[in-house]
Design a protein around this ligand. Structure first.
Ligand SMILES: NC(=O)c1ccc[n+]([C@@H]2O[C@H](COP(=O)([O-])OP(=O)(O)OC[C@H]3O[C@@H](n4cnc5c(N)ncnc54)[C@H](O)[C@@H]3O)[C@@H](O)[C@H]2O)c1
Length: 283
């Protein structure tokens, strides 16, 4: 897609953070945008802000981890704008916690929002994008944690899944005129650290990942929260996503901070092949 101007985009998790940054950047470049979010108040605020700039935007409240709500959001997009060209699967939560803190509900929540919603987004919006033969683009928000795993927690598991899905779909959808990018942000200034505000009551009690002061994880979380609070501007990320759609980038990084860790992972994988190459069988 050479230019997003005049195109129709559907963005999930658009009420806050990176999703709002993407919706804003697309709208400022002349795209029509349907914003979807589970949080009505955040959605209303985002829409009111965008409408002041004369952007052609609309909103729908949807829990993307419920397939029927995503289907209803797709229908509303077509009813309002007639067609859709760009899908941005962005809604996400930091659920799960590390080994020792897992619960079934927390896995279900994290997998539902971060991975199943992305799979369903492609399943529901793919045919709608294909139908008008004008081409389109799918962007899914993974994370640097989709390429390096600090722990084996549910968050990283889902983000690796989003990277895998996007890499495969890029080959599958290219002949159908649809570009695919995976967004792997570093540390962005958003409300991600307060994700449990959206934990659904249907899954039971809201998980709490707080540790006693003498637990090293408490200090780590404190420092990580501080990093997020002074992180990269989400509107800059939105601008990068617009550029990436128009330039058909496979991977969208926001900065180079974690490149050495990714190099180290690839080196460890390569060393695994070296072990096999250099192995001497026992006789
Ligand atoms: N902030 C970062 O540093 C960072 C880094 C890497 C990846 N990410 C990813 O970026 C994406 C956006 O997160 P963010 O950092 O902007 O956080 P955020 O909390 O500011 O925004 C997330 C948005 O998703 C919405 N949402 C949550 N659950 C939902 C659901 N079930 N249905 C619909 N909407 C839902 C929230 O209401 C919120 O508006 C996520 O996928 C996250 O994993 C963020």
């Amino acid at each position: 897609m050479k230019d997003v101007q005049g195109k129709v985009a559907f963005v999930t998790g658009a009420g806050s953070g990176i999703g709002l940054g993407i919706a804003t950047a697309l709208a400022q470049a002349g795209a029509k945008v349907m914003l979807a979010d589970v949080e009505q108040a955040a959605l209303d605020k985002a829409l009111a802000g965008l409408k002041k700039t004369n952007a052609d935007v609309e909103g729908i409240r949807a829990d993307v981890s419920i397939k029927a709500e995503l289907q209803a959001a797709a229908k509303k997009t077509i009813d309002r704008f007639g067609k859709v060209h760009i899908l941005v699967n962005n809604a996400g939560v930091t659920g799960g916690g590390p080994y020792g803190a897992w619960t079934d509900a927390s896995w279900e929540w994290t997998i539902g929002v971060n991975l199943m919603a992305v799979i369903w987004g492609v399943e529901i919006f793919g045919p709608l994008i294909e139908s008008h033969r004008e081409g389109g683009h799918v962007v899914s928000t993974a994370s640097i944690a989709g390429l390096i795993s600090g722990s084996s927690g549910p968050y990283s598991v889902t983000k690796y899944g989003v990277v895998a899905l996007s890499e495969g779909l890029r080959n599958e959808l290219a002949p159908r005129g649809i570009g695919v990018s995976v967004l792997c942000p570093g540390i962005i200034r958003t409300n991600i650290m307060d994700s449990t505000r959206n934990f659904p009551g249907r899954l039971g009690e809201t998980p709490s990942f707080t540790w006693s002061n003498d637990d090293p994880r408490a200090e780590f979380m404190k420092q990580f929260r501080a990093r997020i609070e002074s992180g990269i501007d989400p509107l800059y990320v939105g601008e990068l996503v617009r550029e990436a759609i128009e330039g058909d980038w496979p991977y969208i990084f926001t900065d180079t901070e974690f490149e050495p860790q990714i190099d180290a992972r690839f080196a460890a994988i390569k060393a695994g092949f070296d072990k096999i190459r250099n192995r001497t069988p026992r006789h």
